[in-house]
Ligand binder design. Structure first.
Ligand code: AMP
Ligand code: GLY
Length: 419
């Protein structure tokens, strides 16, 4: 079967690499892809948000499956459009992708079905939000833009002035555009964070192995929030007992809730959890594989990836085994100096071989271009250097050993992933 992967980051590179392991896969296309992905798949310059363009490409190449990886084409209905043309697609339809695309939707869903999450109120008017926060007088307080905001729409405010500034930024200055028409004002929770991705066909849910992201830019969890600076799997805080509790109180209730709402969720549902002193609670849902969670989860999948994907698409996940390796995995993101703020592009990367790899690790490319045999930086997050090992510390050792072989001007990475 030939397969088309939609997207262009490290997550998509990890997906392409995993597909390549399957004896059932013929040709792999990636649109638009990037320099590193072009060593593993045929990259085609169709933008990830170009729904008609992607449908036309899938038809032209006669692929047996389209894997829609990023959140925005899912929210824009790319899976619906593909299905209308009879093309099998992995990912939720737009009416289910809303679980990530609208925080107001997901919070109301959790309230209605008793799924544990932070207490909250929704506001359409910045003055009413500010009055509520002043009256409540509990800090820090969390303010979230309703819609998609590249992972930057969450502001944690230490006092009333910070909260007023955040409301102005989101609701009046509209720094996230229409995503800021409404906000969720939420209770601040504490505890370790866990990412759990789960395969689901709308009825059955099979969680993958757990992982831990490191969202802040600098060591010691300092600096700005980013898309993710590194991950480990498994997450040491996520015990078997915790997994059972999450299945009972969060995973199954969420899948059933979406079904009852007439929005069955098919694809990968990402549970962003916080293990609070009062039990596990949902911080956020994502309608897709995480980045860079995918980079440490998929290498541990032992079952043929295509078998699992097709079982989800054809709604027979219940009978499909999904097996995982006991090995641990670690990913260190190498980023452009300045990320997540302003950064320079098109800097040559030293230390990679002709396939964009180094010995002892797998290098997933997030933002590179390949020109005349040289890889150049082409984004904020550039590489995800990933290694397996018998323990998390061994995997980290191998990943950092590989990181030390790679260099470019102003490269930045965290030295404390997994620590
Ligand atoms: P999100 O984009 O929803 O994943 O939020 C980004 C980050 O903000 C999360 O990974 C958490 O670290 C933090 N966060 C979000 N909501 C809360 C909350 N209610 N309490 C404490 N931290 C939060
Ligand atoms: N790494 C967090 C995310 O993919 O949303």
């Amino acid at each position: 079967m030939d397969i088309l992967v939609v997207g262009s980051g490290g997550r998509e590179h990890a997906i392409v690499r995993k597909l390549k392991e399957s004896p059932k896969v013929g040709k792999i296309y990636c649109a638009p892809g990037n320099g590193g992905i072009s060593r593993d798949a045929e990259c085609i310059p169709v933008a990830a948000m170009d729904v008609p363009g992607m449908v036309a490409l899938a038809k032209e190449k006669k692929v047996g499956l389209v894997f829609v990886a990023p959140d925005d084409p899912l929210a824009a209905g790319m899976v619906d459009a593909l299905e209308q043309e009879g093309i099998p697609a992995f990912g939720p339809r737009a009416n289910a992708a809303v679980i990530e695309a609208s925080k107001v939707f997901s919070k109301n869903l959790m309230k209605k079905y008793g799924i544990p999450t932070a207490g909250y109120e929704v506001f359409e008017n910045p003055q009413e939000a500010a009055d509520y926060i002043e009256k409540n007088d509990t800090y820090p307080v969390v303010i979230k833009a309703d819609g998609l905001a590249l992972g930057k729409g969450v502001l944690i405010c230490g006092d009333l002035q910070e909260a007023k500034d955040a409301l102005k930024e989101i609701m009046e200055d509209k720094v996230f555009g229409a995503s800021g028409n409404r906000v969720v004002v939420e209770e601040f929770l504490t505890g370790p964070e866990v990412s759990v991705l789960a395969f689901t066909d709308g009825k059955c849910v099979k969680p993958m192995v757990s992982s831990k992201d490191h969202k802040r830019a600098l060591d010691g969890d300092q600096g700005l929030n980013t898309g993710g600076m590194g991950t480990i799997s498994p997450n040491p805080y996520y015990t078997k007992e915790m997994a059972d509790l999450c299945m009972e109180t969060i995973f199954l209730p969420t899948i059933q809730a979406m079904q009852q709402e007439g929005r069955p969720f098919k694809g990968c549902l990402y549970f962003g959890l916080m293990l609070t002193p009062n039990g596990p609670k949902v911080i956020e849902y994502n309608s897709r594989f995480g980045d860079p969670e995918t980079q440490v989860v998929l290498p541990r999948l032992k079952t043929d990836f295509v078998d699992v994907l097709m079982a989800v698409v054809e709604e027979r996940l219940e009978e499909q085994p999904v097996e995982w390796s006991d090995e641990a995995c670690a990913c260190v993101v190498m980023a452009s100096g300045g990320y997540p703020g302003k950064y320079e592009k098109h800097i040559p990367i030293e230390g990679l071989d002709e396939n964009g790899q180094v010995p002892g690790a797998t290098v997933y490319h997030a933002g590179t271009v390949l020109e005349n045999g040289t890889f150049f930086t082409n984004g904020g997050r550039v590489l995800g250097v990933t290694a397996l090992g018998e323990s998390v510390s061994r995997a980290l050792e191998a990943a950092y050993c590989a990181v030390n072989k790679i260099h470019w001007k102003d490269v930045h990475y965290r030295k404390d992933i997994g620590r």
